[in-house]
Design a protein around this ligand. Structure first.
Ligand code: 8YV
Length: 322
């Protein structure tokens, strides 16, 4: 029997998950704004588990306000919205939903790469606007098969992207915190070295303080006027202001972006650029994958409530994470 009120929802979640939390666990949702302090004063003591997502997470202030918190259960693989360092200090476990979304995120990266280099979305707009009969063919684009691709972050998702692009005859190189022993792909010691040697840079690294602006202006300039950037990771990994400036000035050939620094806000200066493909953070958004993410979220919650452990915990101390 779950104690009603022991599970707390923080931020919006998939509607079916919200329903399961309310019906099966008697979960409350933490109010925003002024009502929050009052809610915490009355209920903070009984909360042992929070369920949240990459959009919201649990910061140190909220963690400290929940004295009996034992676990932060994330819907999503990215958990940069939660203060894992504080969680480590407090002995609070944190879980995510790895593996189940790898295929869909990798599929999206490849789709964005094809769309960005071949200009499909821009060409679709051209057809719909009635320009084809009037202006003739669209400008030529760039060949994807056989191109040189650099992947920043060769983890589960980066590797799945590489697997797919091998079938396109792409030459794959990567940068990672550590070189991966036995990897068939060329290792570049820095993001800059990687960017300087490829046609396309794909960002697949985890978000958070450790990777903030890992792809900075210098890296983007090394990618250069013929280079393309694809990001399916977190907007924070790329210096977005520099990216926008280079795209507008022709310092980059194009970009395919599923993630942004300040979602759901997209830089206004990108809206009228046909060299850019803009997606609303949809990479994991299929019926199948979101159902699997929901199931794994609930497995983690059940495991915590039954045993105090987690099925897919993430490292919570800085030393573990490195
Ligand atoms: C989710 C994601 O859409 O898993 C992640 O890290 O970014 C996406 O799969 C998001 O986290 C759900 O809020």
């Amino acid at each position: 029997e779950v104690v009603p009120g022991s599970v707390l929802q923080v931020g919006p979640l998939k509607p079916s998950l919200e329903e399961a939390l309310a019906d099966r666990y008697g979960a409350d949702r933490l109010p925003d704004g002024d009502a929050r302090a009052q809610w915490l004063a009355e209920n903070a003591d009984i909360v042992t588990a929070v369920v949240t997502s990459g959009r919201t997470g649990v910061d140190a202030t909220l963690m400290d306000a929940l004295p009996n918190l034992g676990a932060v259960v994330h819907f999503g693989v990215g958990y940069d919205s939660t203060d894992v360092e504080r969680a480590g200090e407090l002995g609070v476990g944190v879980s995510n939903t790895p593996d189940v979304l790898t295929d869909c995120v990798a599929d999206t990266a490849v789709g964005l790469l094809l769309d960005t280099m071949r200009g499909f979305s821009a060409a679709d707009r051209y057809v719909r606007a009635g320009r084809w009969p009037v202006l003739g063919n669209v400008p030529l684009t760039r060949k994807v098969s056989g191109s040189r691709v650099g992947i920043v972050g060769l983890g589960r998702i980066g590797s799945a992207i590489a697997d797919r692009l091998v079938a396109f005859g792409c030459q794959i190189a990567y940068h990672n915190r550590r070189e991966i022993a036995g990897s068939p792909y060329r290792y570049a010691a820095s993001p800059r070295d990687l960017a300087a040697s490829v046609d396309v840079l794909i960002v697949a690294a985890a978000g958070g303080a450790g990777t903030r602006h890992l792809v900075d202006r210098d890296v983007l300039e090394a990618l250069g006027p013929d280079g393309f950037l694809i990001n399916v990771a977190r907007g924070s990994v790329v210096d977005e202001a520099a990216l926008v400036e280079l795209l507008r000035g022709g310092g980059l050939a194009g970009a395919g972006l599923d993630v942004f620094a300040d979602e759901p806000h997209v830089p206004a200066q990108l809206i009228d650029l046909d060299t850019v493909v803009l997606l609303p953070h949809l990479a994991s958004g299929t019926v199948e994958t979101r159902a699997a993410m929901e199931a794994l979220t609930l497995r983690n919650l059940d495991e915590f409530l039954r045993t105090g452990g987690l099925v897919t915990p993430v490292p919570t101390s800085r030393t573990d994470a490195r």
